[in-house]
Design a protein around this ligand. Sequence first.
Ligand code: NAD
Ligand code: WQD
Length: 355
Amino acid sequence: MARLLITGGAGFIGSHTCLVLLEAGHELVVLDNYANSSPEALRRVAELAGPGAANHLHVIEGDIRQPGDLERAFTAGRAITASAQSANAAGIDAVIHFAGLKAVGESVAEPLRYWDVNVTGSRQLLAAMAANGCRTLVFSSSATLYGYPDTVPIPESAPVCPINPYGHSKAAVERMLADVAASEPGWRIASLRYFNPVGAHPSGRIGEDPNGIPNNLFPFISQVAVGRREQVQVFGGDWPTADGSGVRDYIHVMDLAEGHLAALEVLLAGEDQQLTLNLGSGQGHSVLEVIRAFEAACGQRIPYVITSRRSGDAASTVADPGHAKSLLSWQTSRTLQEMCRDGWAWQSANPDGYR
Ligand code: NAD
Ligand code: WQD
């Protein structure tokens, strides 16, 4: 059992990962300011984890940019130490850092907010970790770092060339992590570059609940299917891909959650190390393929129209997941059909998300 601080644990990926971590027997302190989530997500995580889970899930409403809020989280970790009579007095054994802002378009309009939450927030977190003697971190990075990739499938060695402020903020945090790790011994860090996380827990109790009009394809399709939106706009039918629509590496959020558990176990078991790993399936699917798979899952037609390309999009981004497979002994197992089935289970049971 490890005592883990999960920043942003109420969010889409965080909530699914919290469930996997609770089921693996860990003690969690979640720090979230609910800027893009609801406390209801964590209530349902506890419900899914079963009786007794509530004793292992400690939730703190607070902001990663506020040293006082971070201190409350580490203090909560020390309280767990006391009750578990653990040998290590540091309180928190490792941090999984999901908290951040993630909308590309919004980052272009409000870059300072992205540098503040994503970069300053990570800086405050690292300072609090060092002050509390915790030097093990799993960080939510993104394939957005690769910008317009030259090579597909994309290896981790591909150039880091972000093309928007969101991507720059993730690249800056990866750089900051490398500098911190080089400054003193003891740091064990995994930067996980996610490709396109989608789907939901198969129960349909937790899932992705974006505010306003979804920026991403998958929640947009789900909301069309449930009647909240009229039709999907397919951004470009003239890409150099098999059917002319954009190709992405979609990863089931439960596979992604399990990838975090694998990364954490590798870090906790090892010496000082810095891992930078793609988390993806290695398989590309086009927008039109995703629409067809979702139609099969929900049993109805998804109206769509092919429009012009979205600025900043690449034709195809697919992970080379080989390093994650060999270093974490982890790989994705869930298909596009399962992503759509589980995404639909969530959206159809919760047409308005957690509201
Ligand atoms: P999300 O918005 O659902 O979750 C982020 C969580 O962080 C939310 O619960 C939000 O309330 C919280 N948060 C935001 N600012 C905070 C602050 N200042 N203090 C405390 N909590 C704060 O997003 P997600 O999809 O779960 O993504 C999680 C992480 O993964 C993010 O860092 C994101 O950049 C990264 N990521 C996401 C994707 C994706 O497509 N979803 C892909 C690659 C990387
Ligand atoms: C997927 C495909 C679109 C919406 C983004 C971020 C990335 C990461 C994951 C956080 C593309 C097409 C989309 C729509 C469409 N997030 N599309 N109609 O752009 O690959 O990645 O989310 O780190 O950083 O950039 O994901 O879901 O927006 O798009 O045709 O309404 O669907 O053109 O081909 P993207 P997406």
